[in-house]
Design a protein around this ligand. Structure first.
Ligand SMILES: [Zn+2]
Length: 273
């Protein structure tokens, strides 16, 4: 039946991106070249076993309970459960665990401030190995990964020594070409859900996140952990730069430097934001 209707279950990473679809000729060529360049850089990062390189992504929201086979459940009010996952590029190991920050809508939502809280909770997780530097690959989702609030929160945390790294670097995939380790972890969680059949509550949800990777550490974020970061766009940290947030392809936060360093072209040098 599925076949007759020409429905296909394509992997997300293989779908054509909308930019590819809209652009033509040389522009499309440049876009694809840039996508390949960053993919290569990501793959290189993944191969370097000695470096700490992660990918981070918010899983598609889960509506609990998941029990579609029961008619009674059809109109029941659902609880939105969230999983912000941090997955090592190149796969997990006991020394490089998958960290699943989980919470639900009765605890917090998914505004920029809440996502920044989750990022900082990851960076201070005891399960992470000691390192001077950590690199995190991200997609271009603005409220999750690319906003003034997150950048300022990161700079302050690294500068003040609130995280155990001297340098934190964000690297961004090209829009539409961001298939990463965190997404394959999410597909494995979906498979766990199917195996469980009924995902009744947050405890079941947590169990599925844990069993989807043998090196997974779940971190259930508490209500009082969520910080209200001020979204102050007039801060002296920003505004000196002609670069807009959407042009940024990498950002770097260092201890001992109040400056946020960015790249607006992959192969150019770092500059102050
Ligand atoms: Zn594309």
């Amino acid at each position: 039946m599925v076949h007759d209707l020409h429905i296909s279950f394509a992997r997300l990473g293989k779908e054509e991106c909308s930019t590819c679809h809209l652009l033509g000729g040389a522009e499309k060529g440049d876009h694809l070249k840039e996508a390949r360049r960053r993919r290569k850089s990501y793959e290189k990062d993944a191969e370097r076993a000695t470096r700490l390189v992660y990918t981070a992504d918010l899983q598609k929201v889960s509506m609990l309970p998941r029990m579609e086979m029961f008619k009674e459940a059809a109109f029941c009010r659902r609880l939105v459960a969230l999983n912000h996952s941090f997955v090592p590029a190149g796969g997990s190991a006991p020394t490089k665990p998958v960290v699943a920050n989980i919470w639900h809508e009765a605890i917090a939502g998914r505004t920029a401030s809440e996502m920044a809280t989750s990022m900082l909770a990851f960076l201070t997780n005891d399960a992470l190995p000691e390192a001077d530097k950590i690199t995190i690959w991200l997609d271009n989702c603005s409220y999750q990964n690319k906003n003034y609030l997150l950048f300022q929160a990161m700079q302050a945390a690294v500068e003040n020594g609130d995280v155990p790294f001297n340098e934190v670097e964000f690297r961004y995939f090209v829009v539409g070409h961001s298939f990463m380790a965190a997404e394959s972890y999410h597909s494995r969680i979906e498979a766990e859900f199917k195996k469980m059949e009924v995902v009744l509550n947050f405890r079941d949800f947590s169990a599925a996140c844990r069993s989807a990777d043998k090196n997974c550490v779940t971190n259930s974020l508490r209500y009082d952990q969520f910080l209200a970061f001020p979204d102050d766009r007039s801060s002296s940290l920003i505004g000196k730069s002609s670069t807009t947030i959407s042009q940024i392809c990498a950002a770097k936060f260092s201890r001992g430097s109040p400056q946020i360093m960015i790249k607006d072209t992959w192969r150019r040098l770092w500059k102050a934001f």
